[in-house]
Design a binder for this molecule. Structure first.
Ligand SMILES: Nc1ncnc2c1ncn2[C@@H]1O[C@H](COP(=O)(O)OP(=O)(O)OP(=O)(O)O)[C@@H](O)[C@H]1O
Ligand SMILES: [Mg+2]
Length: 252
């Protein structure tokens, strides 16, 4: 097992945000956490990346207990992060933002740079543009590209599709799939449960700081409770305003 979150409890002041969450991620997997607003998904990712301390429980990564390791050392150890809210440097160019992502590495990063530009051609077009002037979707791509520069063993993604137009959502999800296919393990938090479950191998359902279900993602897609709560009742939801738009495959 590459990443093991064992019964973690996390508090914000007196408020218990996580009440004993356990999550396992095997090498090569895409694992997703789904759940309503406030369920504790972001807190779980932040605790794994070291942005939040835990009250109790343990986090084991690549055979090492990292529960008390500072966040920047976790990046060096191989935990890649593209945080909610992007966290890019707005005044720096796209190119320099990408290079910053490799700060923890001692070897040459030209291969990773080429790969980031290959995965995100939009970034290549805009390599000299100030990151802060890019669109929300472009900044999201940059955040992911930058995280990949550190050659992480696990990539932690918090709502990569947030605020993106439908076509771009499709694109981001296929890029995540491609990143995984090339060997990076992914732990994905998504509001878009339908898409996340289609992409992931396994999934955990969080409710008010607890895991209430974990199963292969395909199973959860067919689960009536999950459909009712997170998949729009399984009624084959049509998104208004999408009719007449080119399907993603037509644009490829
Ligand atoms: N900085 C904070 N101070 C106090 N409470 C917080 C803080 N951050 C999160 N919380 C609380 O912790 C709980 C879990 O929040 P978290 O952000 O992890 O949820 P989430 O599952 O990511 O939700 P969303 O889908 O809306 O992003 C919520 O009840 C939230 O109000
Ligand atoms: Mg969140």
């Amino acid at each position: 097992m590459l990443l093991e979150v064992k019964d973690i409890h996390v508090h914000y002041g007196k408020i218990a945000a996580l009440k004993g969450i356990s999550v396992e991620v095997n090498e090569g997997e895409i694992v997703t956490l789904i759940g309503a607003n406030g369920a504790g998904k972001t807190t779980t990712l932040k605790t794994i990346s070291g942005l939040r301390g835990l009250t109790s429980g343990r986090i084991i990564f690549d055979g090492q207990d990292i529960s008390k390791m500072p966040g920047h050392k976790r990046v060096v150890a191989g935990l890649g992060q593209a945080p909610e809210g992007r966290g890019i440097f707005p005044g720096m160019t796209v190119h320099d933002n990408l290079l910053m992502g490799a700060y923890a590495r001692t070897t040459n990063s030209s291969k990773e740079l080429a790969e980031a530009y290959e995965l995100f051609p939009r970034l290549a077009e805009r390599r000299d543009q100030a990151a802060g002037t890019m669109s929300g979707g472009e900044q999201q791509m940059l955040a992911i590209g930058r995280a990949l520069m550190a050659k992480p063993k696990v990539l932690l993604l918090d709502e990569p599709s947030m605020g993106l137009a439908p076509l771009l959502v499709q694109q981001i999800f296929s890029i995540i799939e491609e990143i995984n296919r090339r060997g990076t393990t992914v732990l994905l938090v998504e509001q878009n449960a339908q898409q996340a479950l289609k992409l992931a191998h396994r999934a955990y359902v969080l409710e008010t700081g607890k895991v209430v279900k974990s199963a292969p993602a395909a199973e959860l897609l067919d689960d009536p409770d999950v459909q009712a709560a997170y998949l729009g009742g399984g009624m084959g939801h049509e998104v208004p305003g999408q009719a007449g738009q080119a399907a993603p495959e037509e644009r490829a």
